[in-house]
Design a protein around this ligand. Structure first.
Ligand code: GDP
Ligand code: MG
Length: 199
């Protein structure tokens, strides 16, 4: 984490329609909507505990694989941790993560010390499934990253996935649970700052 900033930046990548926004909204607000509203790029903030203190978890929900290349590079270079989302109902959406993963590797040098989670969302869609769990696991093993199947719709594994992502960062001890009194006051400050859009 850079010295001057108390923000821990997580960037969520993946093809359009895989459920990136749904995962972020389920995680932060506990809500889900069935309608698809394409995202430009939104950043959300949440106070978490970090190294016996608190810091701000900043989650950037990107527009998908068709993000402007310069914007994608900027999100990667500023990011501390990455969530790569595909839908288990679309093999194509898993394929589309390859160039994003390659770009994370090329900008960050290596992913060894960078927390990355490969996430197969829409695990509730049993009849529409195109990617088997073992195929997702095998890809994550090749990429040396974490893996979870989630359902933003049914609220399966969503918090666990973000918790596991933070646990992959061995340089900081981060946890989503914050001391209640401290959290209330920090949350108030975070709310006043509100939701913002990057760039
Ligand atoms: P994004 O483009 O990756 O941000 O995708 P969205 O979050 O906007 O979701 C795209 C569509 O998939 C919406 O209609 C959501 O309701 C739906 N969706 C998202 N997550 C899930 C899920 O876990 N299960 C199912 N069945 N549908 C989902
Ligand atoms: Mg979206």
């Amino acid at each position: 984490m850079p010295e001057q900033s108390n923000d821990y930046r997580v960037v969520v990548f993946g093809a359009g329609g895989v459920g990136k926004s749904s995962l972020v909204l389920r995680f932060l607000k506990g809500t889900f909507r069935d309608t698809y509203i394409p995202t430009v790029e939104d950043t959300y903030r949440q106070v978490i505990s970090c190294d016996k203190s608190v810091c701000t978890l900043q989650i950037t929900d990107t527009t998908g694989s068709h993000q402007f290349p310069a914007m994608q590079r900027l999100s990667i270079s500023r990011g501390h941790a990455f969530v790569l989302v595909y839908s288990v109902t679309s093999r194509q959406s898993l394929e589309e993560l390859h160039p994003i993963y390659q770009q994370v590797v090329s900008i960050k040098g290596s992913v060894e010390s960078i927390p990355v989670m490969l996430v197969g969302n829409k695990s509730d869609e049993a009849c529409q499934r195109e990617v088997a769990t073992r195929d997702g696991e095998a890809q994550a093993a090749r990429w040396s990253c974490g893996f979870k199947e989630t359902s933003a719709k049914m609220n399966l594994n969503v918090t666990d996935m973000f918790q596991e992502l933070l646990a992959l960062d061995t340089r900081h001890r981060m946890s989503l649970s914050v001391d209640a009194k401290r959290s209330a006051c920090q949350r108030h400050a975070a709310t006043l700052r509100g939701r913002c859009s990057l760039m």
